[in-house]
Write a protein that binds this ligand. Structure first.
Ligand code: FES
Length: 292
């Protein structure tokens, strides 16, 4: 039995939104403006979640939405005006950073994802405007007005959360695209390349079954990474090798995510997670790789 509601209608609406090319008139210049404003690489990396190896926007969004949801629940209970006001204030304080992290991720997405993300962003801005009015009213002692504006903002925020879920779970925005590739490799050791045929310090592309991998030899050690970039499946085999703090890293040719070749550690975003690395061993001059 299908779930409740009208799933066909929702699918059609979301498909139309993904294909609404008219939104590009706003989305494209906004993308350029964001990339110009959030320019320092260290800041961009922090907002993408590079230092922790996880995207930060979902965690910040949970905190913001959690505070505002708790405020909405308290608003249903008589005599909870002060804690409800406090929680609206907490949510409003966390909102700018949440929005900035989300917008930074958004600025590296493809067109269809950015169209959905643009409406998600616009709905959040209006919702936070309503919450701003709500907070002001509460601080001025008008709690019934504060509650009304809060409920309106809460409804819009949840509609917007649906769009955020669509972006992540249906369109795969900012999820580690490489992780699913691992499921296409069977458990066990797979021959990948002859060690003596591998150049030193230069990654080469090979494959395990139908899964492309990057093989990197540095002296006696050999590492094998998945070749499709975890950000949006860009071909790392076509990327440049760059030196970061004495370590050879590969820079994705699509959006510049950079991974350390010896262990897949993400050095620069927009990818927020490490590139999966396989276990390796050398048997009779042949590099073999196995699941991590
Ligand atoms: S696909 Fe976007 S950085 Fe690699």
């Amino acid at each position: 039995m299908r779930g409740q509601g009208n799933p066909e209608l929702m699918r059609q609406l979301m498909t139309r939104l993904e294909q609404a090319s008219g939104l590009d008139r706003i989305s494209d210049p906004l993308q350029r403006a964001l990339q110009a404003v959030v320019k320092p690489r260290t800041l961009r990396d922090a907002l993408h979640g590079v230092p922790t190896g996880h995207a930060v926007h979902p965690a910040l969004a949970s905190f913001t939405l959690g505070s505002l949801t708790s405020a909405a629940i308290l608003d249903l209970i008589r005599g909870q005006e002060v804690p409800a006001t406090t929680l609206v204030g907490v949510g409003m304080t966390a909102a700018p950073l949440t929005a900035l992290a989300g917008a930074t991720d958004w600025s590296e997405l493809d067109k269809e994802q950015r169209r959905v993300g643009l409406v998600h962003l616009a709905a959040n801005v209006v919702a936070l405007g309503l919450y701003g009015g709500s907070l002001l009213a509460r601080l001025n002692g008008d709690h019934s007005r504060g509650r009304m504006l809060g409920f309106a903002g809460f409804g819009l925020l949840n509609a917007s959360a649906y769009l955020g879920g669509h972006l992540a779970y249906v369109q795969g925005a900012q999820v580690n695209q490489a992780a699913t590739e691992l499921h296409r490799i069977s458990d066990g050791w797979h021959p990948v390349a002859d060690v003596s045929a591998l150049p030193h310090g230069m990654p080469v592309s090979r494959s395990i079954g139908e899964v492309p991998v990057l093989v990197y030899r540095n002296g006696d050690s050999v590492s094998v990474l998945l070749e499709r970039c975890g950000h949006e499946t860009g071909p790392l085999g076509e990327g440049h090798v760059v030196d970061i703090d004495g370590d050879a890293c590969v820079e994705c040719p699509w959006h510049g995510s950079t991974f350390r070749l010896r262990d897949g550690l993400v050095m620069h975003g927009p990818a927020g997670s490490d590139q999966p690395v396989l276990r390796t061993r050398i048997v009779n001059d042949v590099v073999e790789a196995n699941l991590p």
